[in-house]
Design a protein around this ligand. Structure first.
Ligand code: ZN
Ligand code: ZN
Length: 298
């Protein structure tokens, strides 16, 4: 059964023991009761933390690495339900951060499991990358710094020194090795980039105008009227539509219908046609995630 996800029999059993919690998590999402799903994810987290600390210390490394994966999964489910709860209340700015948490957790899990064979992960990754497109953030701040001291998060020594034999991003008895920057020598630049690996530093209203979330407003409405459930959303597709400008009745001072946000007189007024970017949310009624996809990693 869960052989792809966990290496030890203990954690495989834990996963099965948590079946009921997974089912109630799933039901929370299906019922649009995202807070109850968050609570189920918290239960999972508590379960694994209690389990790990109640066991003796001389298990092999795999046991602790498995515990780490389990915790990341619980965090993933927690961030995912928090994400939908925020979208439903219109807290779009925060929901972006929760979405980045989901993507980061998926990246970590991808590194240590046979990710591509697991429908749950593939489903969540495809959906999360699709949801990113619904946000109006186009630019992100990225800093270039020169660091003079990086400490290892596990042994505390300088990560580049001979005293530390940990490799960043690897797992050591359930602990992820990472560097902690203790000293910054210089900050060379803060650049604005379009597609950085880390999208947390988003630039919202660079031109001073308030940010609007038309796609997300639409999504929230569909969720609140229960026309769409998160588990039906497969991905998004970006298409370009040709719209007629000539002979249309847009006033000179109205917002141009091409979607640029500019006034018509300063935008497409002299064109016959304009191209309008259009994002489609692709829904699937079948092949949708089922509780078994969460429980059975096969
Ligand atoms: Zn170290
Ligand atoms: Zn226009």
């Amino acid at each position: 059964m869960s052989k792809l996800l966990f290496q030890t029999a203990q954690l495989q059993k834990c996963w099965i023991d948590c079946s009921e919690i997974f089912k109630s998590y799933y039901q929370g999402i299906v019922d649009f009761n995202f807070n109850s799903a968050v609570q189920s994810a918290d239960k999972l987290n508590k379960f694994i933390n209690d389990y790990e600390s109640s066991n003796c210390n001389n298990y092999p490394d795999e046991f602790y690495n498995d515990c780490f994966i389990f915790k990341e999964l619980a965090n993933l489910l927690s961030s995912y339900s928090e994400y939908w709860s925020q979208v439903c209340t219109g807290a779009y700015d925060q929901s972006w951060d929760a979405l980045q948490d989901v993507l980061d957790l998926l990246r970590t899990i991808k590194k240590f499991t046979i990710f591509d064979k697991t429908f749950l992960f593939k489903f969540l990754e495809k959906q999360a990358l699709g949801l990113e497109r619904l946000y109006p953030y186009k630019l992100f701040a990225s800093t270039e710094i020169i660091v003079s001291k990086v400490e290892c998060g596990i042994c505390g020594n300088n990560i580049d020194s001979m005293e530390c034999d940990h490799i960043q991003g690897e797992l050591y008895r359930g602990k992820l090795a990472y560097g902690i920057v203790r000293e910054i020598k210089d900050c060379i630049a803060v650049a604005l980039v379009e597609n950085p690996a880390n999208k947390r530093c988003k630039m919202g209203n660079i031109d001073g105008k308030p940010i609007i979330f038309p796609c997300l407003n639409y999504l929230t409405e569909s969720l609140l009227t229960k026309k769409v459930n998160p588990l039906f959303i497969s991905h998004t597709e970006e298409t370009v539509r040709r719209i007629q400008i000539k002979d249309s009745r847009i006033g000179r001072n109205e917002i141009c219908s091409c979607g640029s946000g500019k006034k018509f007189k300063k935008c497409c007024i002299n064109k016959d046609f304009a191209e309008k970017k259009h994002i489609e949310i692709i829904l699937k009624k079948n092949n949708v995630l089922t509780p078994l996809d969460i429980i059975n990693f096969t």
